[in-house]
Design a binder for this molecule. Sequence first.
Ligand SMILES: [Zn+2]
Length: 73
Amino acid sequence: MTKICCVCQRVENGSHWKEEYEFAENERVTHGYCPLCFDVIMAELMESRDELSTEECAVHSSGQDSGQQTLCA
Ligand SMILES: [Zn+2]
């Protein structure tokens, strides 16, 4: 299956990602991320995870004492 980056639309061709690609007839494609966009997505995920954990900390510190110490990195 041919993988297309759903962000920059480049097409995986072996170990290369090409911007210009001729699709064969009946070629099956799947969407994913090229290494570059994958890095960007992961960076964004890490950022949003930080935001999430910040929100969790706010919730934990505003009550609901479960008797557990919540470590907020
Ligand atoms: Zn990409």
